[in-house]
Design a protein around this ligand. Structure first.
Ligand code: NAD
Length: 348
């Protein structure tokens, strides 16, 4: 277990077994503040798989928080979904007590498999929850950040505004559909795909989007390819099909493996690192938890423009893939000798 923690550079693992609850909280790095990250509630093949998942996700949250300039560390909770019948309310009540016992070192949020009503149940047991029916959905903030991020990438790579450019969006979910609306309003041409035909029809009728099949989206001639569905969609095969200048999407872990960042860089495609451009949701969760109003939250989300600009400039001047530059910047904040002051990036 310690070797695995070392590999993921995770500092703490907390476990709870009580009644139907089998949960693990992984805290990766708390240098910037209490860890904030979602609670995943899915079935796992084994306990080790669940623990690995918590550690991998907590690691990603530290990097995301560092570059999003929020005063949070990286953490994630995983609850192993019981097979068969179980009392959901009781399970989340127990999980709330577990979170409370960590005394604020970890703040939880919604993730795959958890709902707003689960979060409301947690709130009856602990204050360390950043999602609930009172706080609302982070997706609009993620979509807003995506718009700012795509605009920044287009200005950098194409020296122009969004008007008239073509964006191919893969997945019209909570983020993808809102992003499509923003881009349409900004004067972009849209190409879209989704496994759900109702969503593509909506985009076609409301945003005059061209609809293509889910396997045809990669080879579309466009300026920006925006993966907003599933993770892992960029692999050797799909990358070789791309006909775009920029990749900028909200899906987490878009690259099937890290080395593909180098390949994309060599192809002359500007890649906006997923965990930077999709950080609007985390900024929303952190800022609303800290009592900020909508205007203040949007101001915080807008800061991802400066971060992306810095990544793009450094990537070009050093001739190094954007993902590696982003990781290096995050690691300087998380581990650098200088204390991380004001979550700023001047040190870089
Ligand atoms: P969602 O589940 O609402 O939307 C995903 C969409 O992708 C759905 O419409 C689904 O039908 C579609 N889809 C699934 N498989 C597809 C395929 N093969 N081809 C095309 N479309 C497909 O999810 P979301 O909240 O919009 O998030 C999208 C991605 O962004 C996820 O990877 C999520 O982890 C990530 N993300 C979301 C947020 C947020 O605030 N919601 C924040 C950060 C990252």
């Amino acid at each position: 277990m310690f070797t695995s923690m070392h590999t993921h550079t995770v500092q703490e693992l907390h476990f709870c077994q009580k009644g139907p609850l089998n949960a693990v909280v992984a805290l990766h790095n708390l240098r910037l503040g209490p860890a904030l990250g979602g609670c995943r509630f899915i079935e796992y093949a084994s306990e080790l798989d669940a623990i690995e998942d918590a550690m991998r996700l907590a690691h990603g949250m530290s990097y995301k928080a560092a570059l999003a300039r929020v005063p949070q560390g990286g953490g994630k909770a995983v609850i192993m979904k019981p097979k068969g019948e179980f009392d959901r309310a009781e399970l989340f009540k127990l999980f709330g007590q577990f979170i409370q016992s960590l005394e604020g070192r970890y703040i939880t949020a919604m993730d795959s498999g958890t709902t707003v009503s689960d979060m409301d149940m947690l709130r009856t047991q602990t204050t360390f929850v950043s999602s609930s029916s009172n706080i609302g959905d982070p997706s609009p903030s993620t979509a807003h950040g995506m718009l700012i991020g795509i605009e920044t990438a287009v200005r950098f790579a194409m020296k122009q505004s969004l008007r008239g450019i073509t964006v191919a969006i893969q997945g019209l979910g909570h983020v993808g559909l809102t992003l499509a609306r923003h881009l349409h309003e900004a004067g972009c041409q849209l190409i879209v795909c989704d496994v759900d035909e109702k969503k593509t029809q909506l985009a076609q009728s409301q945003f005059s989007a061209k609809v293509v099949g889910v396997h045809e989206i990669y080879q579309q001639t466009c300026d920006v390819f925006s993966p907003c569905g599933l993770g892992g969609v960029l692999n050797e095969t799909t990358i070789s099909l791309l006909n775009c200048k920029i990749i900028a999407g909200c899906a987490n872990n878009q690259l099937a493996h890290d080395d593909l960042a180098e390949r994309i860089h060599e192809m002359g495609i500007l890649y906006a690192p997923d965990y930077v451009i999709n950080s609007g949701g985390l900024v929303f969760a952190s800022s609303s938890y800290r009592g900020m109003n909508t205007h203040q939250i949007l101001t915080e989300v807008n800061k991802l423009k400066d971060t992306l600009d810095k990544i793009f400039v450094l990537s070009k001047s050093k001739n190094v893939a954007c993902n590696f530059i982003a990781n290096e910047m995050a690691e300087k904040i998380l581990y650098g000798a200088e204390p991380a002051k004001d979550w700023m990036l001047e040190a870089i």
